[in-house]
Design a protein around this ligand. Structure first.
Ligand code: ATP
Ligand SMILES: Cc1cn([C@H]2C[C@H](O)[C@@H](COP(=O)(O)O)O2)c(=O)[nH]c1=O
Length: 792
């Protein structure tokens, strides 16, 4: 309810801002906004939510959204080399062809705005369900904060060690039931009516949360937490099924986003609520000596009331009778092993996954020692301080996740990912060593934001690699992995903090420094994160480029990375076509060269291997099927030798005279075929090629993406040595191409090569048009500008 009122307020405010100029009228309208928002009946199906649509469709960003989630005909805008160009989502695009193509900033055109399906919240029953879900989400997060705080309060007299272990125990009791009992609970939920299951789970949660302050023992707290989690396991599948039954198919995407908002967006609100309750209770205690309630007990009463409110909402809601879907849920262990086997075959993806899970574990470690660090630990705060610290974690994460792919757009995604994890580590170490509550809260918020950025950047890159594993399964793999990482973090952090206990170091006769178990855990996690970040950076750095520090400095100033090449002063434009066998590179590079020449450009169309005299001989050696068994390293060296010759004799001279160079294959082919295909160390292949080319990188790489099962069937002639490799080899190659594109979206255009040839050409031309140099030099324009206009 509160969230819904806030949403209405915000929408009115936006409308007022969008339609008026600053000044007195706007101030009056803003005041009117508040009154109107209070009067807006929440069950009304009309104006406020239409306004929602109006405001949201005006400027929508579809960053990293799979194409299938976008309305047909949406006009997308992709940045490349600082330019923007429209690309239309083709009507024929099938969901299975699309991952990665919409890794783009977009603005829907007018037609898209017209066609956009109505928002899920325009449906009254769904709005009510969503209100119940949001209230429930608030309850879940508040219970996390309040129950961990209760563990600290109940063991306050037992010393630092006992308190650290007690808080860790509550966290484990919260995490383990889903791991051990997730599949049977989902099967059980499938047997009962979903509305009753949801309402029943809420009522059970109400009773359990209420029982904790009434019983008042640590043992019962742990039992109650386990039972609470079991109720949550029944609630979740029933809720998902209810959403699916209330929302028409075309609105499911927006319903899913709202579902996420209800589940995760309520975390900072819960932390804020806990702080307000703690402060109000402390105030009440100081004002009235007869009032002796503990802040944590009052927070739990509020928490119980929240679950009751959610149950009440559900009991008055009409959901078509039915059970939750009985689709068997694989165990967390199976989800992790299957996903890892599929995704981690690829070195950069392995680096991303390890980095992402490391970031989650670091946040988990902060949460597991936060209570002890604040309470009996060096920071000396109370319940309100604990709530503030967790609030900083939640807000920071939310901020980082929403900002993620838009952070430092000029920096390669691989570098941003590694640097975010290193920043998590540095901030953690600082939070471990500084004994000032305000500074620690700020550092914690910042490190959570960096962890959020790392997670969202990693997610889009891993998603692009998912291939036939699919988006849903990739997500469940990562969620299962995150849960496992959190459990490991709690299992290690809480006992380590407890065992190390409380220590005071005397620095000078009258200067002491406290260094407790929580400080040790934070410091160790910080150092581990720095190491992990450096390793991830090495794994995901697929190719050469400017030195990291220069690149970062330029990106912070909002500028493109400086090309680390021997001829930074090239006047031309360098475009490379990449892709698997039969994807259409030769066809499209020729068509592009013809189109560019038609516009008066000096164009050099070339290819690898074999565009020089020596190169032709190398091509013959490399592709001759008689040379089966050529060692992977020799192969890599021969391709790079061909490339060195190609750059020196053909590409660089052409660029220096200001020509446009279009090459069919370049460095990415070596990274994909020799790196991923032949399983050579991709950073070594990258270094070799950086040396061979003097660091020359294309301004734009057009990746024509086609499943090998299609591309390999497009040839009439017998397969050459590399085409003859098995299908899995070509699948690895395709995944690597896509990972390279996902790691630096600004430098790539990924086109679906299964589209008709003309459509592919049009998409490429639309994109290239935006980055073309001006065919008329500035000096000529200056002089022609002064000539009298010729009229007919
Ligand atoms: N979009 C398309 N749809 C269907 N067929 C296509 C498409 N583009 C190209 N082809 C056909 O596929 C075959 C291979 O095309 P092309 O030689 O351009 O691919 P390539 O990627 O350069 O192959 P290689 O891996 O040998 O470099 C040709 O017969 C071409 O006509
Ligand atoms: C540049 C480059 C190429 N390859 C492979 C990829 C293809 O199978 C052949 C080139 O044939 P095409 O018909 O010209 O596409 O060589 C490679 O393995 N590594 C490379 O660097």
């Amino acid at each position: 309810m509160i969230v819904a009122v806030a949403a209405h307020l915000y929408l009115w405010h936006r409308l007022v801002r969008a339609t008026t100029r600053p000044g007195r009228i706007r101030r009056w309208l803003t005041a009117l906004t508040v009154v109107l928002a209070a009067l807006v009946p929440l069950r009304h199906d009309g104006s406020p939510l239409d306004l929602w649509n109006l405001c949201v469709t005006k400027r929508t960003h579809y960053a990293n959204v799979p194409c299938e989630a976008l309305p047909e005909g949406t006009t997308l805008r992709r940045r490349a080399s600082g330019a923007r160009c429209p690309v239309r989502i083709p009507h024929s695009l099938k969901p299975d062809k699309s991952p990665g193509y919409a890794d783009i900033m977009t603005t829907p055109g007018r037609s898209a705005a017209r066609r956009k399906p109505p928002h899920a919240l325009t449906s009254g029953p769904f709005r009510r369900l969503w209100t119940a879900m949001s209230i429930h989400g608030l309850g879940d997060w508040l219970s996390l904060v309040a129950l961990t705080a209760v563990a600290g309060t109940l063991t306050a007299g037992s010393g630092y060690r006992a308190q650290a272990l007690a808080v860790g125990g509550v966290l484990l009791a919260k995490l383990l039931p889903a791991v051990l009992l997730g599949p049977p609970a989902a099967a059980l939920a499938g047997r009962f009516d979903r509305r009753l299951t949801m309402a029943g789970a809420n009522l059970a949660m109400f009773a359990l949360v209420l029982s904790v302050p009434l019983v008042g023992t640590y043992l019962w707290t742990i039992i109650a937490v386990v039972l609470l989690e079991l109720a949550a396991l029944l609630w979740a599948p029933a809720k998902d099924s209810a959403v699916a039954s209330l929302v028409p198919k075309e609105r499911l995407t927006s319903a899913r986003s709202l579902n996420l908002l209800a589940a995760y967006g309520t975390a900072p609100v819960a932390a804020a609520l806990f702080v307000v309750v703690a402060v109000a209770t402390d105030l009440g205690r100081s004002l009235s000596p007869g009032f002796t309630a503990r802040p944590t007990d009052v927070a739990l009463l509020v928490n119980a009331a929240i679950y009751l409110a959610s149950a009440a909402c559900l009991l008055t809601l009409k959901i078509p009778p039915g059970q939750a879907s009985a689709v068997p849920v694989p165990s967390i262990l199976r989800q992790i092993t299957a996903g890892w086997r599929h995704l981690a075959a690829d070195r950069p993806v392995r680096g991303l996954i390890v980095g992402m899970l490391g970031a989650v574990a670091a946040v988990g470690a902060v949460v597991s020692v936060a209570r002890t660090h604040i309470g009996p630990g060096a920071l000396g705060g109370g319940d309100a301080a604990y709530g503030t610290l967790l609030g900083a974690v939640f807000l920071g994460m939310a901020f980082g996740l929403s900002l993620g792919p838009r952070t430092l757009r000029e920096l390669s995604r691989g570098r941003l990912f590694g640097l975010s994890i290193i920043s998590v580590g540095v901030l953690l170490a600082a939070a471990a060593l500084i004994h000032n509550l305000v500074v620690v809260v700020l550092l914690t918020g910042a490190l959570a934001a960096c962890a959020g950025i790392a997670w969202s950047v990693g997610l889009s890159a891993v998603d692009a690699q998912a291939g036939d594993l699919g988006r849903g399964r990739t997500l469940s793999f990562l969620q299962a992995g995150a849960r496992a990482a959190l459990i490991v973090a709690v299992l290690v952090a809480a006992p380590l903090a407890g065992l190390f206990g409380h220590h005071v170091v005397r620095i000078a006769p009258d200067v002491v420094y406290r260094f407790d178990g929580a400080n040790l855990v934070l410091l160790v996690c910080g150092l581990l994160s720095v190491v992990l970040g450096i390793v991830s950076l090495r794994h995901v750095e697929g190719r050469g480029g400017a030195p990291l520090a220069t690149d970062l400095f330029e990106a912070l100033r909002g500028r493109k990375p400086v090309a680390h090449s021997e001829d930074d002063d090239t006047g031309g434009l360098f475009i490379a076509f990449e892709g698997g066998e039969g994807s259409g590179k030769t066809t499209q590079s020729r068509l592009l060269a013809i189109w560019l020449r038609d516009q008066g450009f000096d164009v050099v169309q070339t290819r690898e291997p074999g565009s020089t005299k020596v190169g032709m001989r190398l091509r013959a050696i490399l592709l001759d099927a008689a040379h089966q068994g050529l060692s992977a390293r020799s192969e890599a060296l021969l391709y790079s030798a061909d490339r060195a010759e190609h750059v020196e004799k053909v590409i660089r001279p052409a660029l220096q005279r200001g020509a446009l160079v279009v090459t069919d294959r370049y460095i990415d082919s070596s990274l994909a075929y020799q790196g991923a295909g032949r399983a050579l160390d991709s950073s070594e292949v990258a270094k070799l090629n950086e040396w061979a080319t003097g660091g020359l990188l294309p301004d734009l790489t057009v990746l024509i993406d086609v499943p090998p099962s299609i591309g390999l069937t497009r040839f009439a002639s017998p397969a050459d040595r590399i085409e003859a490799e098995p299908l899995e080899f070509h699948e690895r190659v395709r995944r690597e191409f896509r990972a390279l594109a996902a790691a630096a979206p600004d430098r790539y255009l990924v086109v679906d090569g299964t589209l008709p040839q003309e459509e592919v050409s049009r998409i490429i031309q639309d994109h290239v048009r935006e980055i073309l140099p001006d065919p008329v030099p500035q000096e000529s324009e200056d002089s022609t500008g002064t000539m009298p206009a010729i009229r007919d």
